[in-house]
Design a protein around this ligand. Structure first.
Ligand code: ATP
Length: 210
């Protein structure tokens, strides 16, 4: 008898302030390597660890502009539409309720793999999803951490091989602030949106040092 597989959905969570090619590249590689039928880009509403961020409506518009050419990518506003701080474990519960009998794969970068256990209720997150962790250059400590997590939470963590793009949203905000180019770091439409809205030009009240 033919074995039936569950639909696999990737979830690319982030602040996306702004979205950049590093995010898009890991999502696309996750789609390919893990045969994901869809990837949800999930902008954080009010992340517990970041205080001053661009309004959700603009971060969502930048995501929409960035993903518009990829039929597998979709914007998911679950977190920006919920009140208060967004916790991943609650979001995963909501997605599971909404999508039913699917397999969820939460996609994250190597840096987030090291933070994972400081997130609220890591066990509850893993009840509803697997984790795909993108690794880049720092493979030694990355695989050590992956092995540690795999022993503690068997079968839940998978390495995701991606090309390396040393860019972060913080770099992009800094570059804009200092009048430096962000071309080829973000899609053209996102760059135009940032310029038109004069984002990131001066941020005296930011508490994350950018
Ligand atoms: P910031 O610089 O504001 O902290 P960020 O660029 O890290 O932002 P987030 O939106 O916070 O972006 O990140 C969402 C996810 O994308 C995280 O899991 C992060 O590890 C991952 N990520 C961010 N940049 C890259 C990159 N260049 N390559 C691979 N993964 C990345």
């Amino acid at each position: 008898m033919e074995k039936t597989y569950k639909t696999r959905i990737g979830v690319m969570g982030g602040t996306f302030d702004p979205i950049h090619y590093g995010h898009l590249m890991i999502a696309e590689n996750a789609r390919e390597q893990f045969q994901l039928q869809k990837i949800l880009f999930l902008p954080a509403g009010r992340p517990p660890h970041k205080q001053h961020i661009t309004e959700a409506v603009h971060r969502c518009r930048m995501v929409s502009l960035a993903i518009s050419g990829n039929p597998w990518f979709a914007l998911d506003q679950t977190e920006v539409e919920s009140d208060g701080v967004s916790y991943t474990y609650l979001t995963m519960q909501k997605l599971k309720q909404r999508y039913g009998d699917v397999e969820l794969f939460f996609i994250l970068g190597a840096d987030s793999l090291f933070d994972f256990e400081s997130w609220m209720k890591p066990e509850a997150i893993l009840q509803n999803c697997n984790i795909l962790a993108a690794y880049r250059d720092n493979t030694g400590s990355f695989f050590g951490q992956l092995e540690y997590l795999d022993q503690k939470y068997p079968g839940k963590f998978f390495p995701l091989d991606t090309p390396s793009l040393a860019v972060s949203s913080q770099d992009i905000r800094m570059r804009v602030q200092y009048g430096r180019t962000i071309r080829y770091l973000v899609p053209e439409e996102v760059e135009a949106y940032i310029r038109n809205h004069k984002f990131y030009q001066k941020t005296p009240e930011r508490k994350d040092g950018t």
